[in-house]
Ligand binder design. Sequence first.
Ligand code: NOJ
Length: 661
Amino acid sequence: MLAVMALPFVGSVCAQDMPKPEAKRINGYTPMWWKEAVVYQVYPRSFKDSNGDGIGDLPGITSKLDYLKELGVDVIWLSPHYDSPNADNGYDIRDYRKVMKEFGTMADFDALLAGVKQRHMKLIIDLVVNHTSDEHQWFVESRKSKDNSYREYYFWRDGKGPEGNQQPNNYPSFFSGSAWQYDPATKQYYLHYFAVKQPDLNWDNPKVRAEVYDLMKFWLDKGVDGFRMDVIPLISKPAGLPDLTSEQLKDVGKAYANGPHMHEYLQEMNRNVMSKYDVMTVGEALGISLEETPLMVGDDRHELNMIFNFDAVRINRDGRQWKSWTLPELKAIYARHARELDVHSWDTVFLSNHDNPRLVSSFGDDSTQYRVASAKLIETMLLTLRGTTFIYQGDELGMTNYPFKGIGDYDDIEAKNGYKADVETGKVSEAAYLDNLRHMSRDNARTPMQWDGSANGGFTTGKPWLTVNPNYKEINAAEEVEDKQSIYNYTKAMIALRHATPVLVYGSYEDLDPMNPSIFAYTRSLGIDRYLVVLNFSGNPVTYKIPGGLKPTKLLITNLGSKEVDTSTLHLKPWEARVYWYPSAASAGMPRGGSIAPGEEGAMTKVLKCRDVGMDCSFEARGNSEEEIMAQAAEHARKDHGMEKIPTEIATAVKAAIRDE
Ligand code: NOJ
């Protein structure tokens, strides 16, 4: 008889109690609080307005902290809250040490942070330092004269051509048109990868880097717990700013990312700032491939903790064009992640944020019939896949895309600039442009939170800056918090399950059926514990035979009330999601799982050979306690050896082996 005893590993519900870096490894991973955390993104403009001006604000967020705590959130990521003229809704910062006046005051920020800490949550803030606002004091100075001491904080170049009136090179802006803007004051052009009002900072200037590190410390010293770093791979510009080739122009994000000094600057930032605090960092890694990811997040790289990779969230787009996608394609992305990012490179998992359309509208089915089931299914997936889970505000309610009609319904600079560049020039028909925009517009995610069934969804008593989705009477937090069957309460239960289940954080991942067009079935496993997640990603019922004939024994959670256990044939309803647990002993015939390798650092396993207990068979039992292993051994003895009960001398030998005597 072979017995493997896996000691219980550390698990925790409260982020603050989470294991310290020096803790033992789990499945090869160094446990960290930010790996176990569930992060919730707040887009302050749209979260909750406290003063009736129609714009969400910091006191509004503070008033909803209990709601977030109740949901089970560990970390709040606050999109930019800094002073800004709002050309790009706060991603154009005028003063990094001041709060946007529409959002409140520094005292309001301090109160928010205190409220977060009081509830044992953490707060990370957006760090937008690839560019500033053109109204930032540095740029105001920089544009004054060629010899201004701030001139080299930005990129200034002469125009090309005999008259000097052509852009210095062919770089396009992400928000349409050229990335260069002519400035009459000094008759030169400045570089802006995003809007004209977002000039790019020159990170090659050590003074710029020192300023950034200082402002980071300003916020960390206040007590924030880290940063989400906006388009961070763009900070190091291509040497000499050469024209892009036609091939590079097909993927500008890639061409701009990964400049020659990017790693050097991130390591410097880490040395000067992050290494001095217990913080979490997540980079928005536009243009970074999966293969390049370990260079930014590897344990030994001392750069960032993790990054957002967009392969999954953008599976429904070809550049800016909406397209259909298939489940095997999505599964292939997650399988690639599991392959490329080993135990030294932590991953993130998310399918929505303020730059993408609504979760349920993009990845589920937002029809009345399936919105609830499909939203729950996606939450099940996001909270059982590898990586730190990020939830975007309102997705826990199953908020949907907005029924946009004309271009006048949109606020986003990307949408409006695109309209000018594509429709007004006759390149694209208005109908085609609007049809595409309706699916992918960032404004879908930016409509105000739907708090209750009162006017404007309870977001504001004034006129909201962006219209509230008209479905707020059916979809809102007040109803969902009360309704036990709601998406909110399901998400809460899923978060609780993830918190209580370290295997869902650190366990190995295996896709059992990669080519299945409608079922996503995967396991997360570690030691004796195996979890099987089965998701019917379709509007059809499916009779599903679990590969390997596995008969899972315990149903932990399901979105549609199923009770099926102990069978390898599952009858799944449309958009049904289930999470099962089963001990490895029940996994005979299963494809290889992720058990702990003997001898692995911190694996905490004990392997006992059959001959130790005088039996010639290959049965394997794993357990957290002597009782668990003995129960499996007894069952095996009965079934496979016809023994009523384990003979005393064998039982004694097994117990001794378990205790390592
Ligand atoms: C990425 C942000 O997520 C997006 O909202 C913004 O427009 C650009 N960076 C520019 O800052």
